[in-house]
Design a protein around this ligand. Structure first.
Ligand code: ATP
Length: 707
């Protein structure tokens, strides 16, 4: 009997199940299992061989899932046929997991044919000028999930919202339809892409030029109309439009304009940019554009300067807070046609699954040294290190912005190092107050050096540097949305499984620490909460202390003369917790508690506050407000929700007030329909759902019947 059949209505068909690789299985383990399944196990692995329809993307997890499922089907989903030494698991959730899903379904990626056609079509249309195909140059061999879903819709000319994880390939999902429509012979602006920052504009223009073989129209170029067999691309970016560009715009308009909202609108208002031939407008990172301050510009662009019926409108972002409301507003405001497609890819997983999250809790004055130690221990090839923007008060008082403070600290440390180590990273900075030439120079270096980039949220949107494996937050960002976009600067190879880490430093109130020196164990509060509410998380906890005796291999920093102690014990009755041997702060030495988890709890609607990063360490009240919002949106559950949340996010004495770690009962909110915490790592078993097939238990993965 299919597990959970007892829960079905008599006569109702059992829910479909698939056998997929456990997310926590290592790639080496999966390779061994794969060898067995395709060998002695006699699964039909022909389709995942090189050159066959399910070979790409060439990664162990995708291939293992294909082979496991094939074996499972071959054995008629028999009891125990999806186990493979616990490397596989049965899921009732359609494994629309990125690129290999179509193969798991039907053996051949039929769902992607539309998208492949789109890429093929473009190659035919645009590859004439250069020897190599453009798709190949861009490393595009197989469409990502959002491209598979969006391209058939967008190529039909329908208005749509592309709503998918950071790094999932949205740029191409809107750029291919744009390029496929543009007539290269016509000298008129036919499409406009609006982006929030100069840096993102430059990047998107590079993608367009690569795929469209565009003639570069920068200040240094002469107009060459003879080259107009490829798409010409012009950037109109804040702080960078010249009189020559204006002249070109009027004399020989490019076919595609990529610009920031303010500059694009100014060029339209001044008559330099004409929209009469525009057939597509894209607003990338749309949630930044529809803020109070800029909404009027968006409205002008979409309803005053051009009209929804006469063009295709595409919005894109990894975060569209209150998306139903937003869709309603789009239609009401006539920003789009009345029918708008919402391409919402894997909404239950807000972040790439190969991204893990780590929190380092340390004293405020230790932050820079703990950050430095963490980075030295991680030794990333390239990393973004974010700090919040300086407050108005800080500016008035002439304090050094945090980005600068970090840069100075690291430069100082570099001087102390032996030459060989010192040169390992180029130290870069990117923030609003820099002049545009320095910004341009630094962002260019991101592509070809081993770097640490110290940045504000200016760099949090859209920037794509695939080599970045680590992101650090000097403090909790101001909102869940900000967290998602910062974290999204890593894990940007959509068809690969490389593990990436985002590390957030959080402050502990030193006063509380001093006062309760003997009993103070910040870790205990976290442990307690974690063991109670998220026992399924594979949690590692460790303390960084100076002068300790042992160290662990968990990848936790051991710099600053500190050694790491990492002990595990049963906590809260479960196996998952960890014991902290020492609460660390001895004689003013730096300390940090490090919490690692493979997943986060997210609220459905980040705007509703709730747990995940609702506040920050300077404003704990944010977390409280979020908590009470969640509580009020869950009337059935308000009493428990309030007290449980208070235990985690409301404890100002410990200085944990604003942290909002996303601890919460994963089953609670979703099951009761109050927009609760959702993200459960694939492979985790929800306490509420274990052993059953509950279609309304999102994210739940059943234990294998053979377990
Ligand atoms: N089909 C594909 N095959 C391989 N790589 C791809 C494919 N599509 C996109 N990429 C690569 O994935 C990376 C991320 O793509 P992109 O910048 O479009 O993500 P995004 O969804 O716009 O992310 P964000 O929300 O952070 O802006 C880029 O390096 C891009 O070249």
């Amino acid at each position: 009997m299919v597990p959970g059949a007892l829960f079905q209505d008599a006569g109702a068909p059992p829910p479909p199940t698939w056998c997929i690789a456990q997310r926590r299985a290592s790639l080496a383990q999966l390779q061994v299992a794969l060898d067995w399944v395709c060998g002695p196990g006699q699964a039909d692995c022909a389709n995942i061989m090189a050159g066959q329809p399910c070979f790409l993307p060439d990664n162990s997890r995708g291939h293992a899932s294909y082979a496991f499922n094939n074996y499972y089907l071959k054995n008629n989903k028999a009891y125990g046929s999806c186990n493979f030494s616990f490397l596989a698991t049965v899921t009732t959730h359609d494994p629309t997991r990125r690129e290999w899903s179509a193969c798991i379904h039907g053996g051949i990626p039929s769902a992607s044919i539309g998208a492949i056609d789109a890429i093929g079509y473009l190659e035919l249309k645009l590859s004439g000028l250069r020897g190599r195909s453009r798709a190949e140059e861009a490393g595009l061999r197989f469409p990502t999930q959002v491209q598979m879903e969006a391209l058939p819709v967008a190529l039909e000319g329908r208005d749509c919202i592309l709503h998918a994880q950071t790094g999932s390939g949205k740029t191409l999902a809107y750029m291919l339809p744009i390029l496929s429509k543009i007539s290269c012979q016509r000298s008129a602006v036919q499409a406009i892409v609006v982006v929030p920052t100069r840096e993102l504009g430059i990047q998107v223009a590079q993608v367009a030029r690569l795929l469209g073989g565009g003639v570069v129209l920068e200040e240094t170029d002469e107009i060459d109309t003879t080259k107009r067999t490829s798409v010409s691309v012009m950037t109109l970016l804040d702080g960078g439009t010249s009189s020559r560009q204006k002249k070109w715009l009027r004399a020989a308009p490019p076919q595609l304009v990529i610009g920031t909202l303010f500059t694009v609108c100014r060029m339209i208002e001044t008559g330099n940019l004409k929209l009469n031939a525009v057939s597509t407008i894209v607003v990338d990172e749309v949630d930044t554009a529809v803020h109070k301050g800029t909404q009027i510009l968006v409205s002008n662009l979409l309803t005053k300067y051009s009209f929804a019926e006469k063009r295709q409108t595409i919005f894109a972002s990894a975060t569209v807070p209150q998306h139903n409301r937003f869709i309603h507003d789009c239609v009401q405001n006539k920003w789009t046609k009345p029918k708008i497609a919402h391409i919402y890819v894997r909404p239950e997983v807000k972040m790439p699954s190969n991204l893990s999250h780590r929190y380092v809790i340390c004293g405020n004055e230790d932050k820079l040294s703990v950050l430095h130690a963490t980075i030295m221990a991680d030794a990333p090839k390239a990393a973004f290190v974010f700090a919040n923007e300086q407050s108005e008060k800080g500016k008035r008082e002439g304090l050094v912005p945090r980005t600068r403070a970090m840069l100075d600290f690291f430069e100082h440390k570099k001087e102390e190092m032996p030459e060989s180590e010192a040169s390992q990273w180029e130290l870069l900075i990117l923030e609003e107050c820099m002049n545009i030439h320095a910004r341009f120079a630094n962002s260019r270096k991101l592509k070809d050096s081993k770097f640490l980039l110290f940045a504000t949220d200016l760099a949090a949107r859209g920037l794509d540097v695939p080599e970045v494996t680590h992101v650090y937050n000097l403090e909790l960002p101001s909102s869940t949305v900000a967290y998602i976009h910062r974290a999204g600067r890593t894990a940007r190879k959509p068809l690969e499984d490389e593990q990436c880490v985002v590390t957030t430093l959080a402050r502990v109130a030193i006063l509380a620490l001093e006062r309760q020196r003997e009993e103070f164990h910040p870790s205990r509060a976290i442990l307690h909460a974690t063991a109670k509410w998220m026992p399924e998380l594979d949690l590692k906890l460790a303390v960084l202390v100076r002068g300790g005796t042992s160290s662990s291999g968990s990848g936790v920093p051991a710099g600053e003369g500190a050694n790491l102690r990492d002990g595990r014990e049963k906590a809260g009755g479960g196996e998952r917790g960890a014991k902290v041997e020492d609460d660390g702060r001895r004689g003013g030495t730096p300390f940090a508690v490090v919490v690692e988890s493979s997943s986060l709890g997210w609220v459905d609607d980040p705007g509703a506050g709730a747990l995940a990063f609702a506040g920050n360490d300077e404003d704990p009240s944010g977390a409280r407000a979020g908590a009470s919002k969640l509580t009020s949106s869950c009337p059935d559950d308000s009493a428990t929700a309030a007290s449980e949340l208070d235990g985690v996010v409301g404890d100002d004495d410990l200085g944990l007030g604003g942290m909002g770690f996303g601890f919460g009962s994963p089953g609670r909110g979703t099951k009761r329909g109050c927009g609760g915490v959702r993200a459960v790592p694939p492979g985790a078993v929800l306490p509420d759902c274990a052993g059953t097939v509950l279609p309304d238990c999102p994210g739940a993965v059943l234990p294998d019947p053979g377990d």
